[in-house]
Design a protein around this ligand. Structure first.
Ligand code: KG4
Ligand code: ZN
Length: 338
C-alpha cells in the first residue's frame, strides 16, 4: 500500500489547527483557540489573522512532536483553501506553501465544508454511501448528499444567515460573549421553550434564519418596555425558546431531504453539531424513521485540522495535488466529483 504521512493545516476562521495523519489514521490534532474575539460579538478578521501568525509554528511543531514523527517523514502538506476569512486563510496557505517548497513535497488543497463532512471518517462507526450530511457551522448551513468521499452535492442551504450565526447574533442581542452557541445551549437546558418564534416558510430544502433574528429583536423590544429586566429574569427560557426554533428549522428540512431522497444514512457536522438539542432530536428522528445516524465526537465538530487531514488523505489516494500557484478562495464552494 502507498504510505502517506500528511501534515494538515486549518486556519479559515479563528482556530489555528494542525494534524498529522498516517495512512488515513489521525495521529495528532492540535488547535489553538482565540479568545480575543469574545468581547466583540464576532470574529474580528484583523485580530484573527494576527493570532494565526503567532500560533501557527508552535501548533505545527506540537502536532509533529505528538505524532512521533520528524519533519522529513512528511509526504505532503494539506491546507484549507476556503471558504473562510481571507486574512486567516492566507496565513495557513502561506505556511503550507513555504513548508512544501522547503521540503519539495506536494500541496493538497482542501475545501473546509467538505472536510466538515469527511470528519465522519476520523472514527467509527462511519456512514456508508450515499448519505446525507447536515453541515451546520458559523458561516454555513447545508444539506449535502454524499455519494463518495470526493463526490458531494449541496441539495439545500441557507439563503441568508447560517445556523451558528443565528446563535451568535442572538447571543449578541442577549449580551452574551462570542461564540454564544455553547452558552445558549447550556442555558437552554435550564429553561423551557415557552416563547413562540415563527418558523420561516422557505421552499424546498433551503433555510432562512434572518427572520428569526428580527422576530427576537421585536419580541425583546416589546417585553423590555414592560420589564426592563426581562432578559435577565428570563434568560434561560429565552435561550430555550430560540434553541427550540433553530433546531426545529434544521430538523424539519433534514427530514424532508431524507424523505425526498429515500436516504436513511443521516449525519450531522460542523460547530453546531456539538449542540445537545440537535443531537437529541437527531436520535429521536432516527428512531422514528429507521435512520442510521452519525454524530462526530466533539473534537471533530468544531474547526480542526483532523478533518482537513481526512479530506487530504482521500485526495492523496487519488493523486489530486495542487502547486505553489494556489491562492485563498474565501467563497469557495464545491460541485460533484471535485
Ligand atoms: O464549524 P465551526 O467551528 O466554525 C465555522 O466553520 O464557522 O462552527 C462555529 C459555530 C459558532 O457559530 C458557534 O456558536 C457554534 O458553532 N457552536 C454551537 C455550539 N458549539 C459551537 N452552536 C450551538 N450549540 C453548541 N453547543
Ligand atoms: Zn467550520
Amino acid at each position: 500500500m502507498l504510505r502517506s504521512i500528511i501534515l494538515a493545516i486549518e486556519s479559515s476562521c479563528d482556530d489555528t489547527s494542525a494534524a498529522i495523519i498516517i495512512n488515513g489514521v489521525i495521529k495528532s490534532n492540535i488547535a489553538a483557540n482565540q479568545d480575543v474575539h469574545a468581547e466583540y460579538g464576532g470574529v474580528v478578521p484583523e485580530l484573527a489573522s494576527r493570532q494565526h501568525q503567532q500560533h501557527i509554528i508552535p501548533v505545527v511543531e506540537t502536532a509533529i512532536r505528538k505524532a512521533g514523527i520528524h519533519k522529513s517523514d512528511i509526504d505532503a502538506v494539506a491546507v484549507t483553501r476556503g471558504p473562510g476569512l481571507l486574512g486567516s486563510l492566507i496565513v495557513g496557505l502561506s505556511f503550507a506553501k513555504a513548508f512544501a517548497s522547503a521540503r519539495n513535497i506536494p500541496i493538497i488543497e482542501v475545501n473546509h465544508m467538505q472536510a466538515h463532512v469527511l470528519a465522519h471518517f476520523a472514527e467509527v462507526p462511519q456512514p456508508s454511501f450515499p448519505f446525507l450530511c447536515l453541515t451546520v457551522s458559523g458561516g454555513h448551513t447545508q444539506i449535502v448528499r454524499v455519494d463518495g468521499p470526493l463526490d458531494m452535492t449541496i441539495i439545500g442551504q441557507s439563503i441568508d444567515d447560517a445556523a451558528g450565526e443565528a446563535y451568535d447574533k442572538t447571543g449578541k442581542i442577549l449580551g452574551l460573549p462570542y461564540p454564544s452557541g455553547p452558552i445558549i445551549d447550556d442555558y437552554a437546558r435550564k429553561g423551557k421553550p415557552r416563547f413562540e418564534f415563527p418558523e420561516p416558510k422557505i421552499d424546498g430544502l433551503d433555510f432562512s434564519f434572518s427572520g428569526l433574528k428580527t422576530s427576537i429583536l421585536y419580541f425583546l423590544r416589546d417585553e423590555l418596555k414592560k420589564d426592563k429586566d426581562f432578559i435577565k429574569n428570563n434568560m434561560y427560557d429565552i435561550c430555550s425558546s430560540v434553541q427550540h426554533r433553530i433546531i426545529s428549522i434544521l430538523m424539519n428540512k433534514l427530514e424532508k431531504a431524507a424523505l425526498e431522497t429515500g436516504i436513511k444514512e443521516i449525519a450531522i457536522a460542523g460547530g453546531v453539531s456539538a449542540n445537545s438539542e440537535l443531537r437529541n432530536q437527531l436520535k429521536a428522528y432516527a428512531q422514528k424513521h429507521g435512520w442510521n445516524h452519525y454524530i462526530p465526537s466533539f473534537q471533530y465538530c468544531t474547526d480542526n485540522a483532523g478533518m482537513i487531514a481526512i479530506a487530504a488523505h482521500f485526495k492523496f489516494l487519488k493523486g489530486i495535488f495542487s502547486d505553489q500557484s494556489i491562492t485563498p478562495s474565501p467563497r469557495m464552494s464545491f460541485t460533484p466529483h471535485q
